[in-house]
Design a protein around this ligand. Structure first.
Ligand code: G3H
Ligand code: 13P
Ligand code: ZN
Length: 333
């Protein structure tokens, strides 16, 4: 049994309470490799932003859960080396799908876990979430639950259609499960293709897709039912078109990739939304930078020469998100 407190990590309780009060959101960035983690920590150290490092099941398969946990432990020390005196870093399991997986993360030094029972019938979601909460809370590990279904790919779960969270269910769900935060569905979705072209309009000038707005009315109703309760948005990449263009003009093929406009995320961050999940944008930044090096320097074969620029591009992206979208800069001095 490893307790996250011995690793210098923190759970989400205090960071969420401050974010809800302060009208900003904590960045939840996924990581799968060293360059992503370095970029996240550098961006957060330079902006003094609290951060949630997320480990998905895809990341666990790719990089190994043990290694990722030691990397997060190393990240706390790296943050201090960069001059961040009091790093506020949470290590979080993203989209946990079983009690056993959540338990193994709690036992192994994670400070927060998500149990995603959103694809289960309501009562089964409650029962599973409650079981995880009862276990995790014994070790002061916080638990995120999900109600409502996001369209798109959630690790191994593929949902064809989204179902907005029903505001009339949230009080019952939060009370009976005891969860610490709730991921809701208001129109975001995972990946770089968040909307089908037929759901969007087109900008006549650029020909780019303009996505439909998020369901802020549903968010407002949820906030009214659960005042001050931490709300989470998954699938919140904005799919920056400059990266899509670099990828497409350097040998890639991402037709009609579209995300959530940043002004909508900014608006959400000012409300009870206090955790915003971003993964795809980092993948796009990485890929754009690597493709550019490959196109411009075909003789390059030292991975540091293309992973280095990719890391710089991701650092720039994370800082932009922190300062211009989430407003979490300066909140972990
Ligand atoms: O929620 C989905 C995340 O973007 C993680 O995806 O399982 O491919 O790492 P992944
Ligand atoms: P994106 O695919 O929009 O980056 O969402 C990531 C996410 O929700 C991870 O849980
Ligand atoms: Zn997600």
């Amino acid at each position: 049994m490893v307790n996250y407190k011995d690793l210098g990590l923190v759970n989400t309780r205090e960071m969420f309470a401050k974010a809800v009060d302060g009208g900003y959101a904590i960045p939840a960035f996924n990581f799968n490799n060293m360059e992503q983690l370095q970029a996240i920590i550098k961006a957060c150290a330079e902006t003094k932003s609290p951060v949630i490092l997320q480990v998905s099941s895809g990341a666990r398969k790719y990089a190994n859960q043990t290694l990722l946990r030691y990397m997060a432990e190393g990240a706390v020390e790296y943050a201090k080396e960069l001059g961040w005196e009091h790093p506020q870093i949470c290590l979080h399991l993203d989209h946990g799908d079983t009690f056993e997986l959540c338990k193994s993360c709690v036992d192994f030094g994670f400070s927060s876990v998500m149990i995603d029972g959103s694809s289960l019938p309501y009562e089964e979601n409650i029962a599973l979430t409650k079981k995880v909460v009862e276990y995790a809370h014994q070790f002061d590990v916080t638990v995120e639950a999900e109600l409502g279904v996001l369209a798109g790919v959630e690790d191994d779960v593929v949902a064809e259609e989204s179902h907005y969270t029903k505001p009339e269910e949230v009080i019952d769900f939060a009370t009976r499960t005891g969860c610490d935060s709730l991921a809701i569905s208001i129109g975001t979705s995972h990946g770089a293709y968040k909307f089908k072209p037929e759901q969007c309009t087109r900008d006549p000038q650029t020909g780019k897709l303009v996505p439909p707005p998020l369901a802020f009315d549903v968010l407002a109703e949820i906030e009214k039912k659960l005042p001050g309760f931490p709300i989470v948005l998954h699938g919140s990449s904005s799919v920056p078109q400059e990266y899509v263009d670099i990828i497409n003009t350097h040998g890639g093929n991402l037709p009609d990739a579209v995300g959530i406009p940043e002004d909508q995320l900014r608006k959400a961050a000012k409300s009870a939304v206090c955790k915003i999940n971003i993964d795809s944008d980092s993948r796009l930044a990485f890929t754009a930078a690597v493709r550019k090096v490959f196109a411009e320097k075909p003789g390059e074969f030292d991975p540091r020469k293309y992973c280095g620029p990719a890391r710089d591009e991701m650092t720039k992206l994370y800082k932009h998100k922190i300062i211009e979208v989430l407003g979490s800069d300066g909140k972990a001095e």
